[in-house]
Design a protein. Structure first.
Length: 226
């Protein structure tokens, strides 16, 4: 079956909007989850070709780690839905995939929080090894950044080196704590162990980025959509 991409034109503020390709983010029914509603005309799931479904499904059994991750994450959701915090879930996840050594890739601005996380993991019986984002102490001029905010240091964030160090330490699972947008992308790219995020950095909203989303039709509306 061929993919059903639906492009819809709309009007806003008296002008013609660009054609929009509709997908899952435009769906209000999520009938793929409980099957208690109707599929929209542009439903991605209903329009998928069989070969891509089969290809993705086969990958869950292609490697042992894929099977472990898929089963562990689904079983934790089932067993502790709305009961365990994200911190507790990461420890449960590590246990269920058989991890013994947890790596922590942290922003140095959250080093205090990372020490608390490490204490919790160690209490649960895991070996913990962490790397801060300024490890290596490479000057920001190395990546062409000459103008430096006076509130910040000269050392650049070094997520690739963080990953390389944790690879060297042969961690079984790496946990991201507050790496900057984009730095987390580089860390995940070079991490040999599976990586999961515990804390997402948002300096304005006390590391709670969803706060802006919850206020997108309230106090933050003009700020986000003006």
């Amino acid at each position: 079956m061929k993919s059903k991409e639906k492009r819809v034109k709309g009007e806003a503020d008296g002008g013609q909007q660009e054609a929009v390709c509709r997908s899952c983010i435009d769906c209000g029914s999520t009938n793929c989850n409980r099957h208690q509603a109707a599929y929209p005309e542009f439903c991605v799931s209903q329009g998928l070709e069989e070969n891509i479904i089969e290809e993705a499904s086969a990958l869950y059994h292609a490697e042992e780690i894929n099977e472990k991750i898929a089963y562990a994450s689904a079983s934790i959701e089932s067993d502790f839905y709305c009961e365990k915090t994200r911190l507790e879930e990461t420890a449960l996840f590590a246990e269920r995939i058989g991890a013994k050594k947890i790596g922590i890739a942290t922003c140095v601005g959250l080093i205090r929080e990372s020490r608390i996380v490490a204490k919790y993991y160690r209490q649960k019986g895991f070996e913990v090894y962490g790397t801060g984002c300024k490890v290596g102490e490479i000057d920001k001029s190395f990546i062409g950044l000459d103008q430096v905010n006076p509130c910040l240091g000269r050392s650049m964030c070094n997520p690739i080196l963080q990953a390389k160090i944790l690879n060297r330490e042969k961690t079984d699972l790496n946990v991201i704590i507050g790496l900057c947008v984009g730095h987390d992308s580089l860390f995940v790219k070079y991490s040999e162990a599976p990586a999961t995020t515990l804390v997402v950095k948002d300096r304005v909203l006390a590391h709670n980025p969803v706060g802006a989303i919850y206020q997108a039709e309230g106090y933050y509306k003009r700020k986000l959509f003006s």
